[in-house]
Design a protein around this ligand. Sequence first.
Ligand code: G1P
Length: 294
Amino acid sequence: MKVRKGVFLVAGLGTRTLPAAKSIPKVMLPLADKPAIQYVVEEAVAAGIEQVILVTAAGNQAVEDYFDTAYRLEESLAARGKQKELAELQALKELATVIGVRQHAPLGTGDAIRTARSVVGNEPFAVFLPDDVIDGEPPAIRQLMDVHEAHGGEVVAVMSVPHDHVDRYGIVEGTPVAAGIQRLQSLIEKPPVCEAPSNLAIVGRYVFTPAIFDYIDRTPAGAGGEIQVTDAINTLAQEGPVYSCEFTGRRYDMGDKVGYLSASIDLALKRPDLRPGLAAYLRGLDLDNMDPTP
Ligand code: G1P
């Protein structure tokens, strides 16, 4: 069955992105001139996702508003003949059908995903952690959807990370079935470096069958006292097929300040309208003679 729905977990508190994320959701922080969430939604739409389900929380209304009509703004742009800006806002609204659901407490990724259960219904679906912005062609989630269509089951995105970083990620262990694809035996959330079974880390893209919801319901709180979707997938992997897909593309971690800045620069350099000015500025930087402010 075709994957038509994407669940986007945007309810995070943004503690790694403070102070910027104190009063705006971290996924609304701009990369070049668009909020991070827009890149992730564009990735989904390019992959064929038709319905965007935003899992929000109190204080995150800005994310839903961003994909909604801004009536006063649009009326004012129309009155002033600003057709280009108006068309841009129109295109944003036409990207996909957007539905918001609320997570009532920060109880973890597993809990956030099950918040979307009634909207997802009984069909396979994609999940996006928009902290991970991925610049890939084909879109990273499309690569996972292809694995799901070929093999069935659940699919998680993975990439190699340095061994001493494994305690920041969900880590997988599996047996190769094709180039870049493994059938997983186990998944463990943020293991200590000495206990990690590999250095293949989960990145925030998943394709799930509706079976995942029952496994989440059976999952007790794990790492950080939260209901971790990694634990639910690990239990499911003992009973049914779960695959990892080592996607091609560049992943930026929005929760890491250097990752965020790198994404902003790289994505702006890919834009024909921004590249000439920004490239000239970067070429002119005399990095060795710029003192960091203490
Ligand atoms: C989440 C997942 C983890 C994954 C990571 C990727 O962790 O729980 O398995 O490796 O995203 O970014 P978080 O970074 O939200 O703590």
